[in-house]
Design a protein around this ligand. Structure first.
Ligand SMILES: [Zn+2]
Length: 413
């Protein structure tokens, strides 16, 4: 197991695909293709072929004694001005896992996948390649997407040999693989491990998300002449709702089972310093790992918005933006992950993932687990993103151990 080689590879990739502003491996563009060419050269050294599926995901398979397969995956694409670890840490660690097992026949088949366009940074659709492989992509939802230059997703895909209409064939292709485990190493992108001063975390699942717009409708009025009790102030109703939703999240948070909620958008009309707001729209994004808790949070948010509307003599309308169910990870793989992390770092903190990852798309199809690396200052999607070296080494070694344990587990079952 060679953590130094993983770190050297990551530095080499960063030097090749970054500017002083950070990583520039935007999906479907020339720098991303160059990152994949770099990766291919490393894989060529192992004498293994790369197969690109119908969604543009790259697969490398090392056949084992058993056809039952352990998939290790993540993504080489980055946001513009991104960090040096987001995505590529998991791919490069997976490459090292292949190196580790090449030469001898592993007990189970080991496959590395580099998912295409995890970030959605260019066209706004995250998890594009993995959702196609999972069969959850609706091609009609993405057909009209364009980037800031006006280039359509369909054109960008075609430039890379991918036909939108055939992307879902990747699902059929994945179903032919006897996948028994999916493992993903990723930087945490949040402050939790740092706050505990732990190198490595066992990820118990990805949060479910309820995302809505709430529109409060009152009556715009003169700010000087309208007495407070006679107002129908839409902003105050929205503000009261936002505070109450924070209280709901606080109430449902338990140690080890945190939940979050965010009001990230506030639009007020008529937006005049001398007018009582007649309309106020806010976004509400609630996340939790437990589906019962998430449903309760949503129900309670409805109730407090109705109460806030009554208190301020306004009306409220809800509009759903997007939702996804929680994706809890596999108990058997969680145990192996915990073992590996504990053996390497002496402890095995468990935490949920707030951000979604390609791993979430695999949950309905095979046992999944993720491992997180310490994230300095909780920063990600920026050039400051980092994992201090001792933490990075420990995490890479823990992950390689997890791959080893999983290969043995799948090979023997
Ligand atoms: Zn990522």
């Amino acid at each position: 197991m060679n953590a130094q080689r993983v770190i050297a590879d990551l530095r080499e990739l960063a030097a090749r695909t970054s500017t002083p502003e950070g990583a520039q491996r935007l999906a479907w563009g020339p720098v991303w293709r160059d990152a994949r060419a770099w990766c291919k050269a490393k894989i060529d050294e192992l004498g293994l072929p790369i197969r690109t599926d119908s969604a543009g995901n790259n697969w490398v398979t090392l056949p084992g004694a058993s056809p039952n397969t352990v998939i290790v995956g993540s993504h080489l694409d980055s946001v513009p001005n991104g960090g040096w670890l987001d995505g590529c840490l998991g791919v490069v660690a997976g490459l090292e896992a292949l190196r580790m097992h090449a030469g001898s026949k592993p007990a189970a088949t080991l496959t590395l996948v580099d998912w295409a366009d995890e970030e959605g940074a260019r066209f706004g659709r995250s998890l594009l390649g993995s959702s196609a492989a999972a069969g959850s992509l609706n091609v009609n939802d993405v057909r009209e997407l364009k980037d800031r230059q006006g280039i359509s997703l369909v054109e960008a895909l075609a430039e890379n040999g991918v036909a939108l209409e055939r992307m879902l064939d990747a699902h059929r292709e994945l179903k032919t693989v006897p996948a028994r485990a999916y493992l993903e190493l990723h930087i945490e992108q949040g402050p939790v491990l740092e706050s505990m001063n732990k190198s490595t975390g066992v990820v118990i699942g990805t949060f479910g998300v309820e995302r809505h717009m709430l529109r409060f409708i009152g009556q715009a009025a003169h700010s000087g002449s309208t007495p407070i009790p006679m107002r129908r102030d839409a902003f105050l109703a929205a503000a009261q709702t936002a505070l109450a939703c924070r209280d709901i999240a606080t109430r449902h948070s338990k140690p080890g089972a945190g939940v979050v909620c965010t009001v990230g958008i506030v639009n007020v009309e008529p937006k005049i310093v001398t007018a009582v707001p007649g309309v106020c729209e806010i976004s509400l994004d609630q996340r939790a790992l437990d589906p019962v808790v998430l449903a309760a949070m949503l129900r309670e948010a409805h109730d407090v918005s109705e109460k806030a509307a009554r208190d301020n003599s306004v009306k409220v309308e809800w509009r759903n933006l997007w939702r996804i169910d929680p994706r809890p990870f596999d108990p058997a793989l969680l145990r192996l992950c915990e073992e590996a992390v504990r053996e390497q770092t002496g402890d095995a903190p468990r935490l949920p993932s707030g951000p979604l990852h390609d791993a979430a798309e695999m949950v309905p199809h095979m046992p999944v687990v993720m491992m997180f690396a310490y994230s300095s200052n909780g920063l990600s999607h920026c050039k400051e993103e980092d994992t201090p070296l001792p933490h990075l080494e420990a995490t890479v070694l823990a992950f390689l151990k997890l791959v080893q344990k999983t290969v043995a587990h799948v090979g023997s079952s």
